[in-house]
Design a protein around this ligand. Structure first.
Ligand SMILES: Cc1cc2nc3c(=O)[nH]c(=O)nc-3n(C[C@H](O)[C@H](O)[C@H](O)COP(=O)(O)OP(=O)(O)OC[C@H]3O[C@@H](n4cnc5c(N)ncnc54)[C@H](O)[C@@H]3O)c2cc1C
Length: 261
């Protein structure tokens, strides 16, 4: 890791002012610091946003659940509000990495990073989330653009993620046994007006699967997807799982999620 300046922002205005040139926001540092240590990325200034008041915390209403950007995975996993309104989200947060990662890593950092195998992006798509930044509100459907790429502009800070409270939902993950990142993760959510199925770990970016959504809209049961065929074309293939195995796992994880809804 090369040298860099460490700066602390105490409010969002400060944070965006400091975000110029080769600077970058630092939240939990769980993805950014390893990337810098491995020299996959280099920045002149790290702007720590963890001390900004109001960026952390959980607020719930009958229709939505709003989680501040610097709220850690451990806080989401243990939150009574999350457990009551969207229990599947608490389950997801509890399955991220290990206790160290869960106590440092943040929801804002996870979705800004948009790792192709990260868990939260699937929750955002399935639960029709809105990403609140210091500049605008971005629907999750428009937020995740590609591998480690989002719709965020330079200096744009995520303030909170607002999830629609579903009628039913569940997340099923086949995790990498070492890191716990998703080899395949499927988030199923029955919302008031539609049913969504979002998949992570399988392509370069999280995506919704229309075939599964259509089948489950017609009949919300594990058997409803028996005749759905999932092509492995374009799926990731690596040491952990071939593209064909990932296609198989999508159906297994979808059935598991639907059964536990
Ligand atoms: C060993 C290990 C295992 C892991 N396992 C999993 C897993 O099973 N599932 C999973 O989903 N993830 C996993 N992770 C990733 C973890 O969830 C990280 O918390 C997450 O990817 C990044 O969050 P962070 O707060 O640490 O962000 P940082 O590393 O600080 O930042 C990551 C990126 O997001 C940007 N950023 C951060 N906050 C904001 C914000 N509010 N607005 C705009 N940009 C922002 C930063 O500038 C940077 O580009 C793992 C990580 C490790 C090291």
């Amino acid at each position: 890791m090369k040298g860099f300046n460490y700066k602390t922002a105490t409010n969002t205005k400060d944070a965006s002012k400091l975000a110029s040139g080769r600077s970058i926001f630092l939240a939990g540092g769980m993805s950014l610091l390893p990337a810098m240590k491995l020299r996959l990325a280099a920045y002149s200034d790290l702007i720590d946003i963890k001390k900004i008041k109001g960026l952390s915390g959980i607020k719930v209403s009958s229709k939505s659940l709003r989680i501040g950007a610097t709220t850690t995975h451990a806080e989401v996993a243990s939150s009574k509000e999350v457990g009551k309104s969207i229990p599947s989200l608490a389950v997801l947060a509890d399955g991220i990495g290990d206790p160290q990662v869960r106590n440092r890593g943040t929801i804002g950092g996870s979705i800004a990073n948009n790792d192709p195998a990260a868990d939260y992006p699937s929750a955002c798509l399935a639960l029709n989330a809105t990403i609140h930044t210091n500049k605008r509100k971005i629907p999750a459907d428009k937020f995740f653009k590609g591998i480690f790429e989002t719709d965020l502009k330079k200096g744009e800070l995520i303030e909170a993620v607002e999830f629609e409270v579903p009628e039913k939902s569940a997340y099923a993950k086949f995790p990498n046994p070492a890191s716990r990142y998703a080899i395949v993760g499927v988030y199923v959510a029955k919302l008031k007006k539609e049913l969504r199925v979002a998949i992570t770990g399988v392509e370069s970016c999280v995506f919704r699967c229309k075939k599964l959504e259509d089948a489950l809209t017609t009949n919300f049961s594990p058997a409803a997807i028996d005749n759905v065929s999932i092509s492995s074309k374009g799926f990731n293939s690596d040491n952990h799982a071939s593209a064909e195995y990932r296609a198989h796992l999508i159906k297994v994880m979808t059935r598991k999620a639907v059964s536990s809804c």
